[in-house]
Ligand binder design. Structure first.
Ligand code: TMP
Length: 237
């Protein structure tokens, strides 16, 4: 890369973002820090940064091949990813194929229950409020997005779901649910941003139902690093 890495401008729960000499590009540094339940629980997952980076790069490349534009430019080393700079749409976009997590809790449903079709849920990305569920109508009326943008986001989310379910199933993994974030590049293009990793997805091993994602950390199940390493093996090979 020709752009120089400059100062950091944002530190989140799992990543630090750096400006570069090219205003259109930023560097994302993947940390080992892990939080759950909006920082009520925190710790480290040793080697998580490099593992999530490798998984994200492999998945974003796959998605690009299937017509989903992403912020990915290239990995610089095992923890640093060069990406397009985007203005993040303040929505966490969750796709669910089976009942789990907050959905199971919200409706008092058993974890693992099948859904007749995938569902897309929108959450307002605001840590101080614990990322509350929001309707597309409210997000649009508040001026945070537009009806047209939400329609594109939901279509991309379902497309990502289809591509990932197929890709993972032949690797012995069922995609239970996941979270996406989208951003707008300077030229207005809507791009898939953030990451797709065991931090942001629920992966269950086909046959055994073994959890191979951050739920092992959230629920103190043990074998956290091993689960992330197993997902690197299945996805990156
Ligand atoms: P949930 O069931 O806790 O709402 O989570 C749904 C999916 O979204 C799950 O795969 C984990 C992911 N997720 C994140 O990536 N970040 C978050 O802050 C939350 C709450 C969930």
């Amino acid at each position: 890369m020709t752009a120089q890495v400059l100062d950091s401008f944002y530190e989140g729960k799992a990543k630090v973002l750096y400006n570069t000499s090219d205003p259109q590009l930023i560097v994302q540094y993947f940390k080992d820090d892990a939080t759950a339940f909006n920082r009520q629980k925190f710790g480290q997952i040793v080697g998580k940064g490099p593992m999530n980076l490798r998984i994200t790069v492999a998945i974003f490349k796959l998605l690009e091949q299937h017509g989903v534009p992403t912020h990915l430019v290239q990995a610089l080393d095992d923890r640093r990813l060069l990406t397009r700079r985007v203005e993040i749409v303040p929505l966490e976009v969750v796709v669910r194929n089976r009942v789990a997590g907050t959905f199971a809790k919200r409706y008092a449903l058993p974890e693992g229950m099948h859904l007749k079709e995938p569902i897309v849920e929108l959450f307002y990305k605001k840590d101080e409020l614990n990322d509350p569920l929001i309707t597309a109508q409210a997000a649009t009326a508040l001026g945070w997005t537009t009806a047209a943008e939400v329609a594109r986001i939901e279509a991309y989310a379902l497309q990502v779901n289809k591509v990932l379910c197929d890709f993972l199933l032949i690797r012995g993994i069922e995609l239970i649910d996941f979270k996406l974030e989208f951003g707008r590049a300077a030229d207005g293009t809507l791009l898939l941003a953030d990451e797709i990793s065991p931090d942001s997805c629920r992966f269950w091993e086909v046959g055994t139902g073994k959890k191979l994602d951050k739920d092992r950390f959230r629920q103190d199940l043990g074998g956290v690093e091993e689960a992330y390493a197993e997902m690197v093996k299945r996805i990156v090979g």
